[in-house]
Write a protein that binds this ligand. Sequence first.
Ligand code: NAD
Length: 255
Amino acid sequence: MPRTIAVTGVASGLGRGVAERLEADGARVIGVDIADAEVTADLSTVEGRAAAVDAVLAACGGVLDGLVPCAGLGPQHAPERIIAVNYFGAIATLDGLEDALAAGSAPAVVMICSNSTTLTPGADGPIAAACLAGDETLAVQQAAGANPAVAYAASKIGIGRAVRRRAQPFGVRGIRINSVAPGPFNSRLLQEGLDDPATGDLIRSLPIPLGRFGEPSDIADVVAWLLGDGARYLQGTNVFVDGGIDAMLSPDRFP
Ligand code: NAD
């Protein structure tokens, strides 16, 4: 039986790379995006999230073996929309599909975090706290007027902690959940940052121990491994896939 795996943000970049890799491995991928996908839905709204969950449930018959909520907006977008898509869109998808995952075979989830979580001063504050409290109105209020880079990193801190908080309740239901924290990866999102005069030079000057930006296939290989049997004892953890940036900039942040 092929595994059935839902991937959001499937029309571009990392999500597309992940879906291509999973399909090459024989999985049935249910792709979700705002356009150009099997399931089209706007994950920035409550209605769009509910429609996405309903459509995925219909497509998988209520039984899902994997989930990768990859849809996201980078720091070139309005901070309110960043919070709505990156945190609340991803979490609504995750929680809306939890029962279907519990009915799946060796089910696993990989959430998409970011190495901006450890690179962005001021990100670990009230926006992330409001996200984790599930208060979208407050989170959006606090994001309004904030530096979009801070809102972006805050949304991803929320994702990383949401994963850790679900390690136990998902684990007892047989669902593994982990995250990856990509560094700069070639995609539309990165291109928007490179094209922005306020951030382009900063991104280009980032020191990367492995000497290059990531390609979607670099993250797809790690996500495929995290979804599979080789990662069967990983739960609630985060894997930096950033060419070594985080380790180089914070060599003593361990344990
Ligand atoms: P991308 O722009 O290439 O792809 C993002 C996808 O999300 C697009 O297909 C877009 O249509 C979809 N999307 C955006 N808003 C949506 C909405 N409201 N409803 C439904 N779909 C929506 O970007 P990417 O780099 O592939 O980003 C994928 C994920 O990886 C994001 O969560 C991003 O934060 C994360 N990430 C990317 C990088 C990087 O350097 N590229 C680094 C760290 C984390």
